[in-house]
Design a protein around this ligand. Structure first.
Ligand SMILES: Cc1cc2nc3c(=O)[nH]c(=O)nc-3n(C[C@H](O)[C@H](O)[C@H](O)COP(=O)(O)OP(=O)(O)OC[C@H]3O[C@@H](n4cnc5c(N)ncnc54)[C@H](O)[C@@H]3O)c2cc1C
Length: 386
């Protein structure tokens, strides 16, 4: 088994670390949290560096890099803030991958080059007010009327809502029940009948747009259908790449918290000694390092196994679930190591702790991931409705 990264991957990590210093990402992360404003100027810089859509197909403007390379970039930038890593996440492991893998040539041509230039972005729209974990009961509907398709429904908690140019909307085709009736269509911002709710106010991830979407008799051209009814499995399989990206955000946040807590413990004195000399502080730091490394191995395994394709559902679920729990524990320990300063907004740990909480809900809750893993371990399906 080879655990080493390629020379290119090592160089990419180094160049992103250098960029972080040059662009003062530590200060930028605090500013984004304070203002709630996403720094749009980053898009051009990332596009120039070839980071946007690096794992998408080269014939449409991507670089054809394996998913692991994008995961490494997300992790490295998320050490500063998940907001700073967000464009790499969206353009490489987000729903644009569904278009890259299953879209038509026209869909790819019209969207992927713009995503790679930072001019377009795609949001994933699954959750509804009455269908979160229970996704297959979603009620947004695409109906065929007089040779046209019409979309009606409401989506909740949509990341990028209001800001993204395109929306990958999971919808029921006609009245076909259960997962068999679910597919996905692309809706463009500005389509008549498509509107946005008020922006959410989350405890963390400030600077990340999120809102409800309303579809009121929105006309959808047939060429905007990406996944037809009957192919719901393809949607879920592609979503496992997004799950690896979610887990990479956790690796980054936790890594940032460990770095900060370690440096603090070397400097801060109590009883006339640096607190790193107290065994309980050492054990907390050792636990943090151990959990991050364990999560990293699981996440890299899932992403590496995917290559340019799809990860195994078992490996992606396990990597995400472990990383989601790990980042909560690591940021909590970091806060303890900083004492009162950990709780103060003068220091980044309270932001990291707030930012850590979302990932075990977004992209599938910890509980639903465990339901999936348990069904694989037992080798049987557990119907949650019975
Ligand atoms: C920051 C953030 C970003 C998000 N971004 C997006 C996005 O871009 N696109 C999108 O579509 N959605 C997005 N979501 C929504 C997210 O996917 C849902 O919140 C999530 O799937 C859970 O759905 P719910 O909130 O309706 O909770 P519910 O499904 O109501 O669950 C409530 C609780 O019950 C538990 N539960 C439910 N069923 C079971 C069961 N069978 N067994 C055990 N426990 C169970 C859940 O684990 C959870 O703890 C985002 C959410 C957050 C917080």
């Amino acid at each position: 088994m080879d655990f080493s990264l390629s020379k290119e991957q090592t160089m990419l990590i180094q160049s992103l670390q250098d960029m972080g210093k040059r662009e003062k990402f530590t200060e930028l992360a605090a500013e984004i949290d304070r203002t709630g404003e996403f720094p749009h100027y980053l898009m051009e810089k990332y596009a120039d560096m070839g980071l946007l859509g690096m794992s998408l197909s080269p014939e449409y403007g991507g670089e054809g890099e394996p998913s692991l390379t994008a995961i490494l970039a997300i992790e490295t930038l998320a050490k500063h803030s998940p907001m700073i890593a967000a464009p790499i996440f969206e353009s490489n492991v987000g729903p644009v991958r569904v278009i890259d893998m299953f879209g038509t040539d026209e869909q790819k041509k019209s969207i992927i080059p713009g995503v790679c230039k930072g001019e377009l972005s795609v949001s994933v729209c699954m959750t509804e007010p009455e269908a979160g974990s229970d996704l297959t009961s979603l009620s947004t509907t695409l109906e065929e009327k007089d040779g046209h398709y019409v979309l009606n429904g409401r989506k909740s908690f949509i990341t990028g809502g209001g800001m993204a140019s395109h929306y990958m909307v999971y919808t029921r085709f006609g009245d076909v029940k259960g997962y068999k009736g679910i597919g996905a269509v692309i809706v463009e911002k500005g389509a008549p009948g498509f509107s946005f709710g008020k922006q959410e106010e989350f405890m963390g991830l400030r600077g990340m747009p999120s809102c409800d979407l309303f579809f009121d008799d929105v006309a959808v051209p047939e060429e905007n259908i990406v996944i037809r009814q009957g192919d719901f499995g393809n949607l879920m399989l592609t979503f496992d790449i997004e799950r690896c990206g979610n887990a990479a955000m956790c690796l980054g946040i936790a890594g940032g918290a460990l770095d900060f807590a370690r440096a603090y413990a070397l400097e801060r004195k109590a009883f006339g000694r640096p607190i790193c000399e107290f065994q309980d502080i050492q054990f907390m730091i050792a636990d943090m390092a151990m959990k991050i490394d364990a999560a990293r191995l699981l996440v890299y395994r899932a992403a590496n196994g995917a290559g340019q394709g799809l990860p195994s559902i078992y490996e992606a679920s396990m990597g995400k679930c472990f990383a989601n729990e790990m980042v909560r524990e690591v940021t909590d320990k970091a806060m303890q190591i900083l004492g009162g300063y950990g709780y103060s907004k003068e220091f980044p740990i309270e932001r990291m702790l707030r930012d850590s909480r979302a990932w075990g809900v977004a992209g599938g809750t910890l509980q639903m991931l465990k339901v999936t893993m348990a069904s694989i371990v037992f080798g049987r399906r557990f119907d949650q409705r019975k």
